[in-house]
Design a protein around this ligand. Structure first.
Ligand SMILES: *Cc1c(COP(=O)(O)O)cnc(C)c1O
Length: 429
């Protein structure tokens, strides 16, 4: 099929993320992808500054990841996980337990990040039900947070920036506390925890858990915050008998400079959600980890079991590629590499402050953010950068990049040059 027909058929039949059908903004057809590049139907090459939404950390078409999938395919693509097991899932669970903060010893595999959040919330609710404390079934989360698109996950997203405000009438009403005010490197003041403290003191009797994205709030605002905030949240959760769910779906696997963002604060949550980079961007897989204690309490309850089990749970192909992706990461000098990328962001982002349209810049690990004064005209912005060989997908006022870890200094500088040019073309309206 030629590229024109392909786009036309696409527009006739397909929903893309957060889009109208028959959108006037045509998607770009990708023919193949290699390393940090997406190759379009017309043969042009774009540096992918998004890692396909945080996931393709090793770049595309990686020979060892390809090989891991091919080898597993020769044995089996899938078998049900109810009553059966297999090496790819067992090895992956052991790896995740080994890699993740202490205490997290039990692994529940599922299909996607949003489902991992549903599972985490269900675990927290069942944990209290099993102890005849069913009144503890609500969640406290942070403004500017994002946890996914399914209904329970939506209920803990920021009611405004989390993109789900139109559903507020039908969602379970949860509790929200102010977004962390203290930047990652900023000096801590005790008043920064006051709002959170008041909420947990007042509502702990009805709270199953606090849920948050540790250190970096992603899709709800690309904000980096002080490890001190996370440390104090953990202490207050313990003090008031509320579980802590860390949603590391975006931050996990090295993105922030630590394997998991919780390590910046040296804390271990009760429940941890992983997804996105878990398979190196190859396929959809997520995991919810919990402590032995959470698992034991759930299984001691009336039901005696945890009430969840997706059809494609622990898919062997996905687990096989996840095992290889983690092996590639842990066998590399990944910390030096993330520091290298962060170094380039740190050096280059301040230049953007010279531009009329720019309000603020920030970075942490392999995440660089340019916050504009006004919302970006996304189609126009993308047209400018695609012409010069770059792929980014800004949202709202945020132009940001989290490139594959294999990006070279030269490629990263090109990415920033093109971004700088496109931001400099933005006219005040
Ligand atoms: C992307 C994301 C999710 C949802 O994951 P999906 O795989 O898109 O369902 C949940 N939480 C965070 C922090 C995310 O970044």
């Amino acid at each position: 099929m030629n590229a024109t027909d392909l786009i036309q058929l696409d527009q006739q039949h397909i929903w893309h993320p957060y889009s109208q059908v028959n959108s006037p903004n045509r998607p770009l057809a990708v023919k193949r992808a290699q390393g940090v590049h997406l190759e379009l139907a017309d043969g042009s090459q774009l540096i992918d500054g998004m890692s396909s939404w945080w996931s393709a950390i090793h770049g595309y078409n990686h020979p060892e990841l390809n090989h891991a999938v091919q080898r597993q395919l020769e044995n089996m693509a899938h078998v049900m996980f109810g009553g059966l097991t297999h090496a790819p899932a067992v090895e992956l669970a052991a790896r995740l337990v080994e890699l993740s903060p202490a205490a997290l010893n039990k692994v529940f595999f599922c299909d996607s990040g949003s489902v991992a959040v549903e599972v985490a919330m269900k675990m927290a609710i069942q944990y209290w039900q099993s102890q005849s404390q069913g009144e503890k079934h609500r969640f406290l989360s942070l403004l500017r947070g994002y946890h996914g698109d399914t209904f329970a996950a939506m209920s803990v997203c920021d009611p405004v920036t989390g993109m789900h405000h139109m559903f507020s009438e039908v969602l379970t009403q949860q509790l929200f506390t102010e977004a962390p005010r203290c930047g990652f490197d900023q000096a801590w003041q005790q008043e920064f925890i006051t709002d959170f403290q008041q909420h947990i003191e007042q509502h702990h009797a009805c709270l199953a858990a606090v849920i948050l994205e540790p250190i970096v709030q992603g899709t709800g605002g690309m904000r980096m915050y002080s490890p001190q905030f996370l440390r104090q949240v953990k202490q207050l959760c313990e003090k008031h008998n509320v579980l802590l769910i860390a949603d590391e779906i975006a931050t996990g696997f090295g993105r922030t400079g630590k394997m998991f963002a919780c390590e910046h604060a040296a804390i271990s949550p009760d429940i941890l959600c992983l997804g996105k980079a878990l398979t190196g961007g190859y396929m959809s897989l997520a995991a919810t980890l919990c402590t032995d204690q959470v698992a034991e309490v759930i299984c001691s309850g009336e039901a005696g079991v945890f009430m969840h089990g997706p059809t494609f749970m622990g898919n062997p192909l996905a687990c096989a590629v996840a095992n290889k992706s983690i092996e590639l990461l842990t066998h590399s000098q990944w910390q030096d590499n993330i520091r290298r990328i962060e170094g380039v962001f740190k050096q280059r982002l301040p230049e953007f402050l010279n531009l009329e349209a720019v309000a603020e810049v920030r970075c942490l690990g392999a995440i660089g953010v340019v916050e504009l004064k006004q919302a970006v005209n996304i189609p126009q912005f993308q047209q400018t950068i695609v012409k010069r060989g770059l792929w980014l997908r800004p949202f709202g006022k945020l132009v940001y990049s989290m490139p594959p870890y294999i990006i070279s200094d030269l490629q990263l500088n090109t990415l920033l040059d093109i971004t700088y040019h496109a931001v400099s073309c933005i006219k005040e309206s």
